[in-house]
Design a protein around this ligand. Structure first.
Ligand SMILES: [Zn+2]
Length: 390
């Protein structure tokens, strides 16, 4: 597992000598490729990189790292459920090796002055670490959903219930009292549940929360979550019998709810961004405007189609990027170089902006808006202090 902060740190890293290696291993299903073919593929990838490095004269710094990656690649074919990512730069003493969800597209290796992080961000996109609590009046079963896999954790118990008088008393005289007592006790129970869950949250800091309970219990549980971090994390209810549901049932429903809420969240973000851009506010749509906003460190959320591809040029001197395929940099006059696919750079820049990144499928509004958009934190050109300085 890698935290958002660690990914952001990897994005900040720079190797002036161009010795930053990013390696991704995408496991293939056995029908697609034999283990042997896979090993050969990775060896070819590494050898290609080696040859290029030798031509550029910086192979000495790379060879040790590449050899180590080859050795690891040879052990990977036994483990087909996980992908692997390695980020290395011997020159600066960096070696970071990670197991990642197998959603990397294909195996690849890149050597550059920065780490190539788009596949890593993509592998984790839309997979919040989720706590699922299935609750009745006595206890809650707790599950954790992480990277698509589910694990059951120890139950939360709410302690002994207070004594409830069994008799309705003389001719039902105490019946009303007893009902109130039971209502009270149930409320206390769910209050304790919410408190235990909040303690668990403070310990584990999950990204999302789902609750499973009987329908009639929900109006009593929901108010107990109000006003706490739990309410902010709550993504919905899962409709299962809390004490009987199997982990597999829970996993299936949870994944469905999470992907539905993610989609509607994304649609709303696209609408908000386009609206802001039309009002000349905190929105940028289309590659040129998004690139400008990224260069000015304004971006809060980057929205791009999963298969977004576009050409641009980059200045190797000042790193300015231009969607016009110009030969010289508009900022410093240095000769530019072509970026055959600017989407990798968009993701890297967004990470350095500290932005959230969403990969979208088939959103008609985003499609029309140029397939890439960004919601901004602020607009530098609308900053009052700056206006006054001008
Ligand atoms: Zn420049």
């Amino acid at each position: 597992m890698i935290t958002r902060e660690e990914i952001r740190q990897l994005a900040q890293f720079g190797s002036p000598a161009g010795c930053a290696i990013s390696f991704y291993f995408q496991p293939q299903t056995p029908q697609n490729k034999s283990h042997r073919e896979e090993a050969i593929l990775i060896k070819d990838l590494v050898r290609d990189v080696m040859r290029k490095a030798e031509r550029n004269g910086n192979h000495a710094a790379l060879r040790e790292d590449l050899d180590k990656i080859l050795q690891i690649a040879e052990t990977l074919h036994g483990n087909h459920s996980r992908g692997k990512a390695i980020f290395a730069c011997r020159e600066q003493g960096i070696w970071r090796e990670l197991d990642v969800p197998p959603r990397l597209g294909h195996s690849q290796i890149k050597v550059n002055s920065r780490f190539h992080l788009r596949p890593l961000v993509h592998a984790y996109a839309g997979l919040p670490r989720t706590c699922i609590a299935l609750v009745n009046r006595k206890r809650a079963r707790i599950f954790e959903l992480q990277e698509g896999g589910i694990t059951q954790k120890p139950d939360l118990e709410f302690g002994p219930s207070p004594h409830v008088p069994r008799s309705d008393g003389f001719q039902g005289y105490e019946a009303g009292h007893r009902e109130r007592h039971v209502e009270n006790r149930v409320m206390q129970t769910y209050k304790m549940f919410a408190e235990s869950l909040l303690m668990l949250y403070n310990l584990e800091k999950f990204d999302a929360l789902l609750i499973g309970c009987h329908d009639e219990a929900w109006p009593e549980i929901e108010p107990q979550l109000q006003g706490s971090s739990l309410k902010q994390r709550l993504r919905g209810r899962i409709l299962v019998d809390p004490m009987v549901a199997t982990a597999e049932e829970v996993r299936e429903q949870a994944n469905r709810i999470l992907s539905e809420t993610l989609q509607s969240e994304q649609r709303n973000l696209v609408r908000e961004t386009i609206g802001e851009a039309q009002r000349n506010g905190r929105g940028a749509v289309g590659l040129r405007h998004v690139l400008n906003a990224l260069e000015r460190q304004e971006v809060q959320t980057l929205l791009l189609m999963r298969d977004f591809k576009a050409e641009a040029v980059e200045c190797p001197n000042c790193r300015h990027m231009d969607t016009r395929m110009v030969k010289t940099c508009a900022v410093c006059g240095h000769e530019t170089r072509d970026l055959s696919d600017v989407s990798d750079t968009l993701v890297d820049l967004a990470l350095r902006n500290g932005a959230e990144i969403y990969f979208m499928d088939g959103d008609a509004d985003l499609e029309k808006a140029g397939r890439v958009a960004a919601l901004l934190r602020f607009r530098a050109d609308q900053n009052t202090a700056e206006k006054m300085a001008v």
